[in-house]
Ligand binder design. Sequence first.
Ligand code: NDP
Length: 246
Amino acid sequence: MIDLSGKRALVTGGSRGIGAAIVEALAENGADVAFTYQSSSEKASAVARSVESRGRRAVAIQADSADPQAIARAVEDAVAALGGLDILVNNAAIGHSGNIADLNLDDYQTLMDVNVRAPVLFAKAVIPHLRDGGRIITIGSALGERVPFPGVTPYAMSKAALTSFTRGLSRELGPSGITVNLVQPGATDTDANPADGTAADFQRSLTSLGRFGEPKEIANAVVFLASSAASVITGATLTADGGAIA
Ligand code: NDP
């Protein structure tokens, strides 16, 4: 039985896909939730209403993860609205496809800013607010572990960096009773990677279960790591990919 009553969470990229499922699952288990989004204001409002329908507080904050000032403001706004923070979920990220030989440097920089620098900056801003029992959970990717096809090298690199981020930060925050963990989804049915997309059958063929994951299944892993049931787990990676990298 998981009980997150009284916990206050900040989720990045909570307007759609896996992030929206995480926001709703945290609220379902009793947490109040602030979340960021980039441009989907109507979808963000719908997610906020869904949280409020569960009797929890919701705060939707427009903040581009590529902008350090927006990140600092988002954390300030979340703390002000919820009265503090207990859980950070670094979820927002962008994809990138193409070979290194064709790499556009601006695209590469934006990818690294959103996928790597933003989780670091969100953690830096949130750490002063966390107390014993606090949680930092980051969404990586199974592609950060193994790269079974070409054309995703920069994205895989950005997600691999989050493993060292998680391990190193767990060493820094362990003495304060704060855990830091990584969830690595495999192919999950979202706007970014629809289960009926052109490469979907190939991705399914890589898995043991023969299917995509659902956003809710990734959210379940996050809720577990956010809970007291995971109190001794830190610096760990939980891969939720249907066995794709088994
Ligand atoms: P989606 O593209 O479906 O949703 C992305 C979310 O992040 C949206 O809420 C979006 O906001 C937000 N976001 C994107 N860029 C920014 C930005 N610059 N600033 C603020 N918010 C931003 O992605 P998924 O749900 O598929 O992916 C979620 C996480 O899971 C990511 O970390 C991804 O790398 C990881 N993942 C996904 C897999 C999959 O197969 N789907 C597989 C492995 C990992 P807005 O709605 O406003 O655009």
